[in-house]
Design a protein around this ligand. Structure first.
Ligand code: ATP
Ligand code: MG
Length: 411
């Protein structure tokens, strides 16, 4: 993909203000729209939901299914370039858009990230350059393949090859019998069996790559998950050991380069014991878009992951993000609305917002809510970024916020 930069405030060849589009209207689309609008762009969102978080605030909202040819034609007509905010946008839809407008990341890149089998094969191809391998795994697409799964992958996690997120479509299995029943339970669809790794910790890296091949990395994010969903991200010196952090960044650049990726890409890693008293990295999965673990960048860096996404899409210069504050992000799931004061014993049947005034009285707190009209358990409603002068101050404010929100204490 190569084209002239799409300058904010300029008129397109069609005589319309330059318009950036996004497939998907969830929270990531909303924060892309906010970043694009802050820079003076007009925005368009395609999402079937009339109350989608991004659709609510965008200049244009095309309310059709992702694969509706008329909706796609309308989006292409409105926009000068188009990106995506979730990986399950049908790749053929991106191909249709790409016939008329620059689309970044490309349908081919998104297709790799949509399918764990292709994704892992890609990581294996990158390993000679990146030095980082995925966990041992086997593809299971048929009963024959099921029968020949190597014993040493157990205990493991069976994951559907497609459409998994937030730990959905995953079953932990210890024996071959459990594996067979888990596969049936998942509908006998194409799956990946991954060896269960003894995780020391988890981290992720965001890279932004321009159409000219230039890459810039964000600092490495240390992530804590609860029930398969990201709960906390910490980013400050020492949150991830220096040598591992450098390797994770180099590996992420290799993954992006090898795909000829354009846009913002997030790659997730496991940190495991290397058997010699040290740690090793395992590459887990990638997201062809900004990522929940990168939200801290909105308040802690001089360029957020969403601004980087806008710049990459518009063909504007990228520069290495500078983190100016140690930072910690707390994910705010809908569950909090049902235990408003953090007291489970008083859990309410009707959603009640958490005690924001008390939370925001803590130093360095920045609240981001996604404008979702109803809270549901497990639904991502927003996040709280906490910044401070030192990591210790950030963790202290976070500890107090977690008590107010009734969430588990930090490790
Ligand atoms: P998301 O898209 O929200 O990141 P997901 O549903 O795609 O999640 P994964 O990232 O594959 O799922 O797994 C979710 C979490 O489960 C991981 O962050 C990790 O905590 C745990 N996990 C996944 N695979 C393994 C493994 N092979 N060994 C140990 N733990 C694992
Ligand atoms: Mg994951």
């Amino acid at each position: 993909m190569s084209f002239k930069p799409l300058l904010p405030g300029a008129l397109s060849e069609r005589g319309q203000p330059i318009t950036l589009g996004v497939m998907g209207g969830g929270q990531l689309g909303r924060m892309f729209v906010q970043a694009a609008q802050a820079m003076g762009y007009t925005t368009a969102v395609l999402d079937p939901d009339p109350a989608s978080p991004a659709g609510l605030i965008s200049h244009h909202h095309v309310q059709t299914a992702y694969d509706d040819p008329a909706g796609l034609a309308e989006l292409a007509h409105l926009c000068d370039a188009i990106t995506t905010e979730f990986e399950n946008v049908p790749a053929p839809a991106l191909r249709q858009l790409a016939e008329q407008r620059p689309v970044a990341p490309s349908a081919d890149c998104v297709a790799v990230a949509q399918d764990r089998l292709q994704e892992k094969a890609h990581f294996v191809q990158c390993a000679p350059i990146s030095g980082v391998f995925p966990a041992p795994y086997a593809g299971i697409e048929s009963a024959d393949q099921m029968a020949t799964v190597p014993e040493n992958l157990l205990p493991g996690i069976l994951k559907t090859a497609r459409l998994g997120y937030d730990g959905k479509g995953q079953v932990r299995v210890k024996t071959r019998a459990e594996l067979e029943s888990a596969w049936t339970q998942l509908g006998g669809v194409a799956c990946v069996l991954e060896k269960l790794m003894p995780l020391r910790s988890e981290c992720s890296v965001l890279v932004a790559r321009g159409a000219d091949g230039q890459t810039v990395c964000f600092p490495v994010q240390a992530n804590t998950h609860l029930d398969g969903i990201l709960a906390i991200t910490e980013v400050f010196d020492g949150a991830v050991a220096g040598e591992l952090a450098q390797r994770a960044q180099a590996s992420t650049v290799a993954v992006a380069n090898h795909l000829n990726y354009v846009g913002v890409l997030c790659v997730e890693y496991f940190v495991v014991d290397n058997g010699q008293g040290g740690s090793d990295l395992i590459v887990n999965e990638m997201a062809p878009r900004p990522h929940n673990s990168g939200h801290y960048s909105q308040n802690a860096c001089d360029i957020s992951q969403f601004e980087a996404q806008v710049r990459a899409l518009a063909g504007l210069p990228l520069h290495t993000p500078r983190q100016h504050s140690p930072s910690l992000m707390v994910n705010l799931l809908g569950d909090l609305w049902f235990a408003p004061n953090g007291v489970r014993a008083q859990a309410s049947e009707h959603p009640v917002p958490p005690p924001w005034a008390e939370v925001l009285a803590l130093p360095g707190t920045h609240l981001h809510l996604y404008g979702k009209t109803s809270a549901r358990k497990g639904r991502k409603m927003g996040h709280l970024n906490i910044t401070g002068e030192t990591a210790a101050q950030v963790r202290e404010a976070a500890a107090q916020a977690l008590v107010l929100l009734g969430l588990p204490a930090l490790n």
